[in-house]
Design a protein around this ligand. Structure first.
Ligand SMILES: [Zn+2]
Length: 386
């Protein structure tokens, strides 16, 4: 058998290779073995992808999957076929006290590839609704550094949710923020900052952020935004993006407002990465999954190739894994997603209950993880059960 799986005749979009054309993708021994038109050779399984969009497996740079320990968390593996997602970054569900449990009970059990950010709060998001850093004693800078050192390649950075009701106001807020920055620097990793109703303005936080650091929830509404009160993009935001700070969507149930996205796009500012912030409270709307979140940007006029780029190559680079993830380059791990491009009238809702309607919806048809077709595909046409 020449190939284990042959994905035949899909519209292949792989921004890591500036590729957009109808091609076959051949998989052998868990790796991408060949890509090209009308590949010859017998295959153990042929998947007819004609009419489907075929991309590298998606990378969701913001989700919560510390299931059974952190109340809002989801099981990672069902999210994989439902959304074409093969890699998830858990955005700080665990802190220094419980990251080892997260690794043992979730990361090492899952088929989905999971990386974790370590929350500055030692307890992570176990009691997130109380505000995990309202008590300064929970800020465990050294614990974060030690956790990252103990879990190389798994604990890949630092997370802080910088809302005043989470980290405290005034000097307490700044002290927590500075600890998170220092933990990222001393561990030689990167920092993801959830912007909320933060005690410090976004431009002031950006002054402390370096290339590779990340602002998530970048299109949130409310008082603290990437826009000034007049709706103009802060110069500091544009400058930070230019020097390599990542602006991540992190849609969530409170962090994505049409007016903010409109204003940003009109001023020529696109997100670096598209992510969901999926957790138990937004899975059934308004987020649903990665393809729905991507479809919102298609509706807003962002071209398909860039939407795929923001969901594959760019999050891979944010993770420092641009060489082997978020790509269909021959020799890399065979993480592949295929999507139906459904036409119709679809309702898209932001995090503030405002509806818009689009005419295209991406729906995961099937997902291949490490060269294995993941059971339970999300689409109708290619629904697959083992
Ligand atoms: Zn989150």
């Amino acid at each position: 058998m020449t190939w284990d799986i042959l994905v035949r005749g899909g519209e292949v979009v792989d921004p890591s290779q500036s590729l957009h054309k109808v091609s076959d993708v051949a998989i052998k021994d868990g790796k991408i073995a060949a890509i090209g038109e009308n590949l010859a050779g017998a295959a153990g399984r042929v998947l007819d992808a004609s009419g489907l969009l075929v991309t590298p497996g998606l990378i969701d740079l913001h989700a919560h999957v510390y299931r059974r320990h952190v109340p809002i968390s989801l099981d990672p593996d069902p999210l994989c076929p439902a959304g074409g997602v093969t890699t998830i970054l858990d955005a700080g569900s665990a802190g220094s006290y419980n990251f080892d449990g997260f690794r043992r009970d979730v990361i090492e059990q899952a088929d989905t590839q999971i990386f974790g950010l370590v929350n500055l709060s030692c307890i992570g998001l176990v009691a997130a609704h109380f505000g995990e850093l309202m008590d300064r004693r929970y800020a465990d800078k050294q614990g974060v550094i030690d956790t990252i050192r103990r879990n190389p390649g798994v604990a890949v950075g630092v997370k802080i949710r910088a809302g005043a009701h989470i980290i405290g106001g005034g000097e307490q807020g700044w002290a927590n923020f500075r600890d998170a920055v220092a933990a990222a620097r001393e561990s030689e990793t990167w920092l993801m900052v959830h912007i909320g109703e933060s005690p410090m303005p976004v431009p002031e936080m950006l002054a402390h952020m370096e290339p590779g650091d990340c602002i998530t929830h970048c299109f949130k509404g409310g008082g603290e935004r990437i826009l000034d009160p007049g709706g103009r993009l802060f110069d500091a935001v544009r400058e930070a993006a230019d020097r390599g700070v990542i602006f991540d969507v992190g849609h969530g149930f409170g962090s994505f407002q049409w007016e903010v996205v409109d204003a940003a796009l009109e001023q020529g500012f696109e997100p670096s990465t598209i992510s969901t912030d999926l957790h138990a409270k937004n899975l059934h709307g308004p987020v649903f999954d990665m393809p729905t979140t991507m479809s919102k940007f298609l509706m807003l006029g962002v071209p398909l190739d860039r939407v795929v780029d923001m969901s594959t190559r760019r999050p891979a680079e944010a993770l420092g894994r641009g060489d082997d993830l978020g790509t269909l380059r021959v020799g890399t791990v065979a993480d592949v997603a295929a999507f139906e491009r459904r036409s119709g009238r679809f309702r898209f809702t932001d995090s503030y209950s405002a509806d818009r309607y689009g005419d295209e919806l991406l729906v995961a048809a099937y997902t291949i993880r490490r060269g294995q077709l993941v059971p339970g595909g999300g689409g109708l046409r290619m629904r697959y059960t083992d």
